[in-house]
Design a protein around this ligand. Structure first.
Ligand SMILES: *[C@@H]1O[C@H](CO)[C@@H](O)[C@H](O)[C@H]1NC(C)=O
Ligand SMILES: *[C@@H]1O[C@H](CO)[C@@H](O)[C@H](O)[C@H]1NC(C)=O
Ligand SMILES: *[C@@H]1O[C@H](CO)[C@@H](O)[C@H](O)[C@H]1NC(C)=O
Length: 272
């Protein structure tokens, strides 16, 4: 109990000590007022947080490794300076910070998000010694949470606004998928399921509880047969364009069945 409390205290203390400059998160540019879109994007990309992605390029005999961390420092100790994209020269282990997470812009379109980390280490003899800048284009790919980090190019042959461009894939930047089923088809499916449950349930009930056989196993068979007959009569009445026999036209529904009965009944009633 006390140990846990101590741990929390220590964590809080270290957060305060390292707090000011070193943050374990992206700091959006824009002063006190933050862009709500950028905040929403940060929330959307939260599953990528703390993940690292690596890409290598070769320039002459030198191999450079670039490490990209989504809203987290690449160097995981006290020598960190908020690096979000770090370049490491493979043999000498010499590093340059390409972009820092305390200078983050995020922009997006329908199926992509771009991270821009500014405030990198200054160029030595390019781009008027301005600070390096990293741009990471994340495109929609439904098959991966985050993958395919690659270096596209380093643009440093101009006098300012130079940048390093990277790309990678993630499903998190895909546009939300609209449900392929419309409300109408969902209703239809629900209806079909209910009908199936009714028929199967009724069948089982009649077979095993009531002990019915043959057609009797269908639920409410009498009602449905009657309904079927009435429907057929209705159809006959409404849809038939030419009367079956001239007499029947004005006699209405069900009259055919009744037609002969009165006579039969009359026969029984006759005293002979
Ligand atoms: C940072 O280092 C600590 C201890 O060395 C380790 O437990 C933690 O997982 C590391 N974090 C990342 C994001 O690599
Ligand atoms: C980001 O952090 C670095 C190193 O901690 C610091 O030198 C730099 O001034 C900070 N940049 C911004 C824009 O806060
Ligand atoms: C950009 O991201 C925001 C936040 O997730 C989203 O609301 C907006 O629709 C996205 N813009 C486009 C063009 O998709």
């Amino acid at each position: 109990m006390y140990a846990a409390l101590c741990c929390v205290c220590l964590a809080a203390l270290s957060a305060i000590v390292t707090g000011g400059d070193l943050l374990n998160d992206c700091q959006l540019v824009g002063g006190d007022k933050k862009s709500s879109t950028e905040l929403a994007l940060l929330a959307r990309l939260a599953p990528l947080k703390n993940k690292r992605f690596e890409a290598k390029t070769q320039e002459g005999s030198d191999v450079y490794t670039y490490t990209f961390s989504v809203c987290n420092r690449v160097i995981n100790d006290s020598t960190s300076t908020n690096e979000g994209v770090l370049q490491t020269k493979s043999d000498s282990k010499q590093t340059s910070v390409i972009g820092r997470i305390n200078d983050t812009h995020i922009i997006n379109g329908t199926d992509w998000v771009m991270f821009i980390y500014g405030s990198g280490d200054k160029y030595d003899n390019h781009c008027n010694n301005e600070a390096r800048k990293a741009m990471v284009m994340i495109s929609c790919n439904k098959n991966t949470l985050g993958d395919g980090f690659t270096v596209i190019k380093e643009e440093r042959n101009k006098s300012r606004e130079c940048f390093y461009l990277f790309e990678m894939d993630s499903s998190l930047v895909c546009p939300p998928e609209e449900s392929k089923l419309s409300a109408g088809s969902i209703l239809l499916i629900v209806f079909a399921v209910l009908v199936a449950v009714y028929i199967i349930g009724g069948f089982l009930y009649h077979r095993f509880v009531v002990g019915a056989k043959g057609m009797e196993q269908f639920p409410n068979i009498a009602f449905w047969q009657e309904l079927g007959n009435l429907t057929a009569d209705g159809c006959d009445f409404v849809c038939r364009s030419r009367p079956r026999t001239a007499d029947n036209v004005y006699r209405g529904v069900g009259d055919d069945q009744l037609g002969e009965e009165p006579e039969e009944r009359d026969d029984h009633l006759l005293p002979m």
